[in-house]
Design a protein around this ligand. Sequence first.
Ligand code: SAH
Length: 455
Amino acid sequence: MSYKVQGQRIVIIGGGEEALNKVRLVTKTTAQVVIIARHIEPLFNAFEVELNERAFGAADLDNAALVFVAEESDDAELAKAEARARGIPLNVVDVPAECDFYTPSIVDRAPLTIAISTEGDAPVLARLVRARIEAMLSPGIGKIARLAGQLRKTTESLIHDGAARRRFYEALVSSPQIEAAEQAGQGLAAATDLLHQHVTGESQGVVWLIGAGPGSEDLLTLRAQRLLQEADVIVHDQLVPTVVVDMGRRDAERILVGKAKGHHSFSQAQINTLIVRLAGQGKRVARLKSGDPMVFGRAGEEIAALRKAGLAYQVVPGISAALAAAADTATPVTLRKVSSGFIMATAHGADDSDLSHWAALAQSGLTLALYMGKSIASDVAARLIAHGARADLPVGIVVNAGRADKSTYSGTLSALAAGQVAFSEGPAIILVGEAVEAGDWANAAQLAGMSFKVA
Ligand code: SAH
């Protein structure tokens, strides 16, 4: 709730540190601030407040909008009783049970105000949360909000379509250029320019090929998050969990194109046609892919289709599953004197020449990260050995990498080759190579009992 206090008094009982904290807060309002206490610290002189160094009298609450009691005294008790009798909202510092209202911690970017309250239970937590939000919002964001307010009428008369209008406002509040112009005192002119650009180019569709990362909300880039918020349509794969898709605008259309049981799954050609059609209609399309879009994501085909149709696109990188697997297990995929490189390869569809090539690379110390290999893991391990990879080469497998429900397995190529492992549900990355041993696999299940030594 925001409370109007203009033209009224805010009365504070107390002349010490706690009263001063309230003074700092309420002098940001347009109310007349009145202090009453038998002793008032000199620090109060720095504020525009009325100081009354004397006893409290009932008439002090005439025309009072709010009362703060910030001392323990007989005067304080009188003031509380008087406020209650008159029905004036009362705040007693540090006594939640006696408060009619609390003053939240605020992040002040007027006219933008963010209030953080723990209802008196944990003011320290509120301050910590506040510090984080402070860091997130640029100091000038309030001025940009004012610009939006100033341009509201003009915008409504020039852009009639609600979605297009929203796009303009989103561009306005998130543009670094506007912020820079505002700092230079040119904000209104820059915002007006931006408005005219939006009026003329209203139906410019675009496709953002966005890497969603391995599947946790906090392993998305800030850019991915921002664009998801701006998209009109989110076209996503089955591998992208709902929590990540849910980071998009609530009213954005969502289209699942991945393979899933019980769902109609789209062919790649159908996906290409779909995104070209949506962007062609002027929509801003978030094509959300697991991991990084350029790694086994068929982004190449989608980009080719967009280029052919002359449509705008942008690629936003994401954390690929192999890197999430490396992070989960503290495995340095390159390691001085051990591994001079890192191969991302697909196990699915690999032929003998691929496998003999990778076996040689792994043999020479490079780390292999095999995608799409869970169901054929044993077979691939056996073939790598057959093509010259050492049987005791370390192997580490991470199922659901980068997610809370990850599980890890460790052993050697021969142990993996020896038999089918009962992996838990979910996508998996298979890491092979000397450097894998340097990781932290202490919690990993052992592959057929023949694990490499964990330091
Ligand atoms: N573009 C994605 C890869 C898509 S191909 C990326 O960069 O990560 C699908 C394969 O990725 C799966 O078969 C599996 O090998 C791997 N994968 C995707 N998400 C994963 C995860 N969270 N944990 C382990 N492997 C994953």
